[in-house]
Ligand binder design. Structure first.
Ligand code: ZN
Length: 98
């Protein structure tokens, strides 16, 4: 069971209160009509699946009902930070943990 810090509620809550919503920091193309079918398909369907540091989008379903991002290690499940949408993570890679 993960204990996740919600940056909106400012408290740790159990994982059951949240829903994972996928990879964080996916930027919608400014002009989708200009993309090839392959580029559009990549934007819609292809996501990273890293071993290690991963930036994830979470939703506080039974709490404040706000979205936020989490930096989590997919090997150890350790959560390094939670931060609001629009903010940048302090931990961008394994190198930031040294
Ligand atoms: Zn919350």
């Amino acid at each position: 069971m993960l204990h996740i810090f919600c940056p909106h509620c400012q408290e740790y809550r159990e994982e059951d209160e949240f829903h994972y919503r996928g990879q964080a920091h996916i930027v919608r193309p400014k002009d989708p009509e200009a993309l090839t079918d392959e580029e559009w398909g990549s934007y819609l369907f292809f996501r990273k699946n890293p071993k290690g540091i991963h930036h994830e989008l979470w939703y506080h379903t039974t709490g404040c009902r706000q979205f936020f991002n989490v930096t989590r290690d997919t090997v150890t499940y350790k959560i390094h930070e939670s931060y609001k949408i629009g903010e940048q993570p302090a931990v961008k890679s394994e190198d930031d943990l040294a």
